[in-house]
Design a protein. Structure first.
Length: 363
């Protein structure tokens, strides 16, 4: 594995202060000079702090190649200082070849409200951006050995959702423990079934809770996506860190195909030999789809007048035929219809992006 995200705390600074209580206005050079002065050559020396011990352990076990280390630090003086010390130490000792430091804004426990509503959200966004930048979930992992408890929990949870390995080290042990990801997938259908709620909350940075009570009364679990903020007699809500991550994930369509179709609009529909009658709302939808530059062909393949669909939705069919993996299940005045859609997409990411694009713009 060539890429590692590590959460950075301030244990190395606290360790330095413990052994140098008379020192004030501590600098990066003070700490690095102390390491040299004390001849600290054993990288398992607890005075180094958990970050150095963990990274060296991952290198020893040939888990991490040392190619690129992403350090997540706090938005504090000591947090930034810890990041500076670690960067120079890792590079000067040849432990890693490249370091990227990310100081997460609002990650400061002195302001609990900002930490909860802004800091954790910024943390989730930062980790998500790094994983997307690397692009290969099998070539990146997280190591949650430093930082606040909430931070460690959040990054570990993200690793499970993103399908990447995480590593943790208990204080009593000198070896890291691997936590492999479970086969967890974000439930896209849940978003479609509650689209009105998510649109309402996402269109407002902060909303009076009473304006979404009807949704919460129907489904209490929707509150899990929210943070409550008290302001005098009023209670406001906004998306939580994981709520924001969930919504950005299900609405991500940045991998739309760069190709467009060359099939004329009037040649796109494949006639159905069995379905002769269909409602106007379906015809209107077909007209929109035929005008799309991403659609090559489409065909109405199924009609059940007795099927009561909860919502209309575009989805990916479980099929080996990659030309027809996109479909529309539509709720109409005449029951349920299914339309198979042949698109210009070639890859799984393109199909997923098109599914999101159609759900966001056509329904």
């Amino acid at each position: 594995m060539d890429n590692l995200i590590i959460t950075v705390g301030t244990s190395l600074i606290e360790n330095y202060i413990e052994h140098n209580p008379e020192k004030t206005n501590i600098t990066k050079d003070d700490i690095l000079s102390y390491y040299e002065k004390e001849s600290m050559v054993d990288l398992r020396d607890k005075r180094f702090g958990s970050e150095i011990i963990a990274v060296e352990n991952l290198r020893e076990k040939d888990i991490f190649s040392g190619r690129h280390l992403f350090m997540i630090t706090h938005d504090t003086v000591n947090g930034r200082l810890a990041g500076e010390v670690l960067e120079e130490f890792f590079l000067s000792k040849g432990i890693v070849r490249r370091v990227t430091r990310k100081a997460v804004e609002k990650m400061n426990k002195r302001n609990p409200d900002e930490f909860r509503t802004k800091g954790l959200r910024n943390l989730v966004e930062e980790v998500g951006d790094i994983v997307e930048q690397v692009g290969n979930k099998y070539n990146i992992a997280v190591c949650t050995v430093g930082g606040y408890t909430a931070e460690i929990f959040m990054v570990s949870l993200m690793a499970q959702i993103l399908g990447i390995k995480s590593y943790f080290m208990f204080r009593e042990f000198e070896d890291v423990t691997e936590i492999p990801p479970l086969p967890i997938k974000i439930d896209y259908n849940y978003y479609l079934e509650n689209k009105d709620f998510f649109n309402t909350i996402s269109n407002n940075e902060r909303l009076e809770k009473e304006k979404i009570e009807k949704y919460l009364n129907e489904k209490l679990e929707l509150s899990y996506f929210l943070e409550e903020i008290k302001d005098g007699d009023k209670t406001y809500v906004e998306l939580s860190a994981m709520g924001d991550f969930y919504l950005k994930t299900v609405k991500n369509c940045k991998y739309l195909p760069r190709r467009i179709t060359n099939v004329p609009v009037n040649e796109k529909e494949i006639p159905s030999s069995t379905i002769k009658e269909r409602p106007q709302e379906l015809d209107d939808m077909l007209s929109l789809l035929k005008a799309s530059p991403y659609v090559n062909k489409l065909k109405v393949v199924f009609h059940n007048p007795n099927r009561k669909l909860k919502v209309s939705k575009f989805f990916i069919l479980d099929s080996d035929d990659f030309e027809s993996t996109l479909a529309l299940e539509m709720k109409t005045s005449m029951g349920g219809f299914r339309v198979d859609i042949y698109t210009v997409a070639d890859t799984k990411k393109e199909y997923e992006a098109l599914m999101v694009y159609f759900n966001e713009n056509f329904l």
